[in-house]
Design a protein around this ligand. Sequence first.
Ligand SMILES: C[S@@+](CC[C@H](N)C(=O)[O-])C[C@H]1O[C@@H](n2cnc3c(N)ncnc32)[C@H](O)[C@@H]1O
Length: 172
Amino acid sequence: MSEKIREMFGSIAGRYDFMNDFLSLGIHKTWRTKTVKLSSAKKGDSILDCASGTGDLAIEFHKTVTDSGKVTATDFCEEMLLIGIEKFKAQNLKIETSIEDVMNLTFADNTFDISSIAFGIRNVDSPKKGLEEMARVVKPGGEVVVLEFGQPYGWFSLVYKILKIIYELFYQ
Ligand SMILES: C[S@@+](CC[C@H](N)C(=O)[O-])C[C@H]1O[C@@H](n2cnc3c(N)ncnc32)[C@H](O)[C@@H]1O
């Protein structure tokens, strides 16, 4: 299962950001900003972003922790992370990267102030194992931050269905 997910993201990595902007009408940017604001992140903190994909949440955390802290972006799909690395370089951001499976992180216990995952936990084979690992690597009193979709409802559900059909017709 994990291998299929990894291959799937590898095959869409180049168009993932466009897909995200298109299907959420750009709202995902606001959700990321809000997520960082709701977290306890502050200047100087160390953040581990898991299933970081093309790195947008890592970039958002970096705005708060700055270069006096440390942000590490990780994913088990190299193709996704490579797009993130290009963005970090283009924006001159000091964000570290590592290929990691969230269910088996290579970091020591109690390493980070915060571990985070955006739109990723639903793709993980064992969300429980992933969350346990994320909790293991944060310091006592640290935070595990999860940003995830619910099912669209009301008017947005209709808009989402229409956008999805347009995307599938023209961009897939
Ligand atoms: C929908 S994308 C989200 C990417 C990014 N966090 C964002 O907010 O746009 C899901 C990501 O989860 C990653 N992923 C899925 N299972 C994983 C696992 N077990 N370990 C690490 N990354 C995983 C995929 O490779 C993909 O990059």
